[in-house]
Design a protein around this ligand. Structure first.
Ligand SMILES: [Zn+2]
Length: 392
């Protein structure tokens, strides 16, 4: 092979002896970490000239990444086991390939994987247990576990090593990250939350809080975030989002009636609207925070998916119901709801742990309510023409 400047390219380097310059590393943390270990040499990857650069051996890169992704706890237990799960130990080359897709240039990543594969096939098994958050605590694995085993919330019965014990540990970690990452917010007194229903015509329904507030337990249907019989108040921060949320469910009725509730006291909530940026996947000190934030991002994505026409069975709501139930019951978090983004228009939605008694009529005497229907806030929207046809 001729290199661009006409020199004969060097012969293939010995296995594991390739070296890369820092320009091929795109994760800032990994870049800093390896820069400290780099020394002048020739980069094997994609340069016309043979000029000396700061380089690190591919095998050092492999070792550094695997150390960051490995579980260093003495009680590392591996992934939740599923019946059809591959029982083979984690293949380091596979984990490396998934973890480094954006952190390394493709050519370098292939070389690292080849290096690890050679070690694997040479019989030198790299002792490697991926850190818990990468696999066992991932959202997908959590969903499978909750659905397949029909698990209830962690309670008193948590033998060490049991599924419920693991779930309790996961929930503790998630709650810790919610507080540390500043994901607790407040809906202030006076803020408006919109609710709506689809309608067959453009007449104003004249909603009362009893009509459009949270359903009483005997009428509370199963939903993505609540089991049947568990009241939950869904709402949106503006009319457009409220209409977008309900219109996706019902295409036969072309009108949407909406009305606003006013928040009568500050409500403490988990705020998943703007989850902060992730620390580097390769920063082992930040591993719990990284993995918990990814878990919460996936949860928020699941909440945002269109509700009724996504082809999933209600049974599959169990994971989101489970997590929401946990947040509702957590004395550590002490919240009364969740704020999350709508997938329909990027607007803001709420799920509040508020029952029918807390949804006051406009003219109700001051009481123990949390939300009060705002007189005159009702309007009917024609979805075909997207404008208000009648307001009261
Ligand atoms: Zn290079």
């Amino acid at each position: 092979m001729q290199s661009a400047d006409g020199d004969e390219a060097s012969p293939e380097p010995a296995a594991g002896a390739e070296a890369l310059c820092l320009a091929h590393i795109h994760d800032p943390f990994l870049h800093r970490r390896l820069r400290a270990a780099a020394s002048p040499g020739v980069c094997t990857f994609g340069h016309a000239s043979k000029a000396q650069r700061l380089v690190v051996p591919v095998r050092l890169l492999a070792r550094t990444v695997l150390a960051a992704l490995s579980d260093r706890r003495s009680d590392a237990a591996g992934e939740w086991e599923h019946d059809d799960a591959d029982k083979a130990p984690a293949n380091p080359a596979e984990v490396m390939g998934q973890a480094c897709r954006t952190a390394l240039d493709a050519e370098v990543l292939k070389s690292v994987r080849d290096h690890l594969d050679r070690q694997y096939w040479d019989g030198y098994r790299v002792p490697f247990v991926p850190r818990a958050g990468l696999l066992r605590y991932s959202w997908d694995s959590f969903c499978r576990t909750v659905v397949e085993r029909e698990l209830d919330l962690p309670g008193d019965d948590q033998p060490p090593g049991s599924d419920r014990d693991r779930l309790a540990a996961l929930m503790g970690r998630i709650a810790g990250t919610i507080r540390e990452a500043g994901l607790i917010g407040t809906i202030e007194q006076g803020e408006r939350i919109w609710r709506g229903r689809m309608r067959p015509d453009r007449t104003s329904p004249g909603y009362r809080a009893g009509d459009i507030g949270a359903a009483p337990p005997d009428r509370a249907a199963e939903n993505r975030m609540s089991r049947a019989g568990v009241p939950l108040f869904y709402g949106s921060a503006d009319i457009a989002t409220a209409v977008a949320e309900i219109s996706a469910r019902d295409e036969r009725r072309p009108y949407a009636a909406v009305a606003a509730f006013e928040v009568t006291r500050p409500i403490r909530i988990i705020d998943l609207v703007d989850i902060p940026g992730l620390p580097s996947l390769f920063d082992h000190e930040q591993a719990a925070r990284h993995d918990s934030l990814v878990f919460l991002q996936d949860f928020a994505k699941d909440l945002s998916r269109p509700v009724f026409y996504d082809g999933r069975k209600h049974r599959d709501y169990r994971p989101t119901q489970y997590l929401t139930d946990h947040f509702r019951q957590s004395t550590e978090l002490n919240v009364e709801g969740i704020r999350f983004r709508s997938a329909h228009n990027g607007g803001v939605n709420y799920a509040l742990f508020v029952d029918a008694d807390q949804c006051l009529e406009p003219d109700a005497a001051e009481g123990e309510g949390t939300l009060r229907l705002i007189k005159g806030s009702e309007s009917v929207h024609d979805l075909d023409r997207s404008h208000v046809t009648q307001a009261v």
